[in-house]
Design a protein around this ligand. Sequence first.
Ligand code: SF4
Length: 370
Amino acid sequence: MYFLTEDERRLLQRKLLPEARTIQVHPTLRGWHWAEIDAPARPTYQAPLGVSEVANRYCSSGRDVFVQRVLGQRGFPTADMEEGTLLHAFAAAWVTAAKQLMYCTPTAAIMEALPKLLDDPIVLPEPAQTLSAEVAAKMQTMRRFETYRLLAATQGTLARQPDIGRDALAGQVLPVVVEQRVDGQFLGLSPHLAVDALFIHGPIVMDLKFGLRQPFHRLTTTGYALALESAHETPVDLGCIVYVRFGGGTLIVERDFHFIDDELRTRFIEERDRKQRLVEEELDPGLPDQCYERCRHLGFCGAEAQRRISSRTSRAATVRAAGTAGPGDAGRVAGSEPAAGPRRPASANLDAEPQFAESEEHWDSANRAS
Ligand code: SF4
């Protein structure tokens, strides 16, 4: 999932990185600019939030943060959430196991050793907790997909650099750090943030998603970029959301490359301030016009929250039944996949302005896409 294709590498080297160097981020919106009295990144409130708490707008009013942080309700994770957690952990475990194998094996024997990543339970154990057959099959698909790509990358590197050492080889074929820890305290964030992956040639903040694309996902990479800048005082200008789906016995991977520009930085900082205030001043923002149908707090927020879902679901069903859905609406009914459309090249993502759920109408459309 973190391996770039040859086309993506060229895109990165010839377009994204050169453009990132020319795009001017306003100096006051860098993560390291947090100490001055008038710095936007300087936190006004103290409540340390996670990046996903700030970035996510599944609950557009932010009541999910209030319910969890102020009322202490953790809610009940849905099956989707639990599966996503397991798959995230497995993706990180695969990278760690692959690097471990590369460091413990003489380079001359590495091509014979790497296939152990496919099925050796000692090299890469499955999670201890009970897995459904479906999740286990998805993990097996991930193993195959990643291992075959690693084999190809390793073989290509060895053909060009037969005398390469273990460390250099691992850095060349797996240039990512998974679960990078970063202290976000200077920005009023958690001291234990974990970035899904940091691609070191850039650097690029990568975030893995197993669900459907949402317009606010870029705020997640923005939050981590700001935190990394505050911790290391070096610029992080590129983000990439890696969307992973399963189909036809393989993975379907789409990458949304984007610049961490002034607009995204400002949006993240505004959301941080708004949600920290909710927590610190114990302000209940109330229910949004539409609740997220897979929200973990639906039971706690009660019948009114559930009614706000059902009204939307029934409206979608009415549209479906009446056959009035437009060409792009076929996949917008809750729980269904979006209609397949023409694939856009990764570079096209850079031309698209990030769209946020500014209004409930926008949120409604974005949410129905899931
Ligand atoms: S049930 Fe509705 S109001 Fe409550 S946290 Fe979820 S989306 Fe927000």
